[in-house]
Ligand binder design. Structure first.
Ligand SMILES: Cc1cc2nc3c(=O)[nH]c(=O)nc-3n(C[C@H](O)[C@H](O)[C@H](O)COP(=O)(O)O)c2cc1C
Length: 370
């Protein structure tokens, strides 16, 4: 059985694999381009690309400049599909979105908040808008609002379940009963919720599943269950092309299952990370003195924040993991080597093909003996 393509809007990717956006500076041009060169969709995270010591307005101007350079660099490395990941809670979200569109990118992935007004910011119909959702309710709200107000619908949804890395779209209470929010369950709920909208527009709205997808078999299982593709983050961190420090990658290689847990992020959302020295110290010491030059997150409550999330993510990126936050998916403890993106995707393709083939053989009815 052939590996299916991933169609979103007018775009067709050879592989149904999206490399998830990972901030701060985790998914940059080299990683995104390498994934795009293998036929998937590579995503540049727009978070924290400028020097974090800059102040106020200058930070925003330099952020725009840095993103422009990152997109141009990615485009110099690939002719494949490049997306950008935007966190709705960043203060300069609209600016970053417009910069990406002006630089010619055709895929905008929007998470950490409901992108109700996104079609106003991106009226260009040839740009695929992909909201990240974690519930059928969120998908329905977006569809209803966009179709009524803008006569527009998302080119697809990224459905992120509770095993994903980074900030999560679930409350701490929901995460305490994670079985109720299994990705496979959420997928069926979302597929059912969007069906009436698909019937109305006479078009399929692809759902791309994320969170805990680790092997090619996992990808096949998601496709067979109705997903149009998968988004993966964790597995792409330990690749040669990922820009993080060796110490960051080593923390993944060293992590045991019990080291991975949920943290309270200053963004106001739970996040999944390695419970390293830094996290243990924060839990022991409580609130630190937080210096802020530019309030990069609209939701960051400085007086309550235990640390500046931009700074501590940057520390890990740069190699100071003992003073840094390391986001990771629940499966990070399974990573045991650093490979090239080509090797990783090759392995995923072989496993995926094998699983799809087995499913096809199992589905063929056995002839009754006459
Ligand atoms: C280190 C790291 C940073 C991440 N940062 C972001 C981010 O900035 N924005 C976002 O929408 N998702 C972020 N994610 C989530 C990924 O894009 C992806 O959806 C998720 O990791 C998929 O789950 P997996 O890691 O089990 O494959 C991050 C994930 C990781 C591991």
């Amino acid at each position: 059985m052939e590996i299916p393509e991933l169609r979103i809007g007018n775009l067709v990717a050879d592989l149904p694999i999206v490399q998830g956006g990972m901030g701060v500076r985790v998914s940059r041009a080299p990683l995104a381009a390498a994934v795009a060169n293998e036929g998937g969709i590579g995503t540049i995270s727009t978070l924290g690309l400028a020097d974090l010591d800059l102040r106020g307005e200058e930070f925003y101007t330099k952020s725009k400049e840095a993103l422009t350079n990152e997109i141009r660099y990615a485009k110099s490395l690939t002719k494949g599909h490049i997306a950008v990941n935007i966190m709705g809670v960043i203060a300069n979200a609209n600016d970053v979105i417009r910069t990406s569109v002006e630089e010619g990118l055709k895929i905008i992935v929007y998470g950490a908040g409901l992108p109700m007004k996104l079609p106003e910011i991106v009226p260009e119909k040839d740009v695929c808008l992909l909201p990240i959702v974690s519930s059928p309710r969120a998908a329905t709200l977006i569809l209803r609002y966009w179709m009524n107000k803008y006569k527009r619908f998302p080119a697809g949804f990224i459905l992120e379940g509770p095993l994903a890395g980074g900030h999560l779209g679930f409350s701490h209470e929901e995460l305490s009963r994670i079985e109720d929010f299994k990705l496979s369950k959420l997928l069926q709920q979302v597929l059912e919720a969007i069906r009436p909208f698909e019937a109305k527009i006479g078009q399929k709205i692809p759902v791309i599943t994320a969170g805990g997808v680790y092997t090619g078999k996992d990808i096949a299982d998601n496709l067979l269950a109705g997903a149009s593709g998968v988004q993966m983050g964790t597995r792409f961190v330990c690749t040669d092309e990922c820009s993080v420090s060796d110490a960051f990658k080593q923390a993944y290689l060293d992590a045991k299952k019990e080291d991975i847990g949920i943290i309270h992020s200053p963004v106001g959302l739970p996040g999944r990370a390695i419970r390293n020295k830094f996290i243990l110290k924060v839990e022991e010491d409580g609130k630190q003195k937080v210096r802020c030059n530019y309030q990069c997150l609209t939701v960051c409550k400085l007086e309550e924040a235990h640390y500046c999330i931009a700074n501590v993510l940057l520390n890990s990126y740069a190699g100071d993991v003992d003073n840094g936050l390391i986001f990771c998916g629940q499966n990070a403890y399974r990573v045991d080597k650093i490979v090239s993106v080509k090797e990783l995707i090759g392995e995923l393709k072989t496993e995926m093909q094998h699983s799809l083939q087995s499913a096809l053989v199992e589905a063929i009815p056995v002839a009754e003996p006459v």
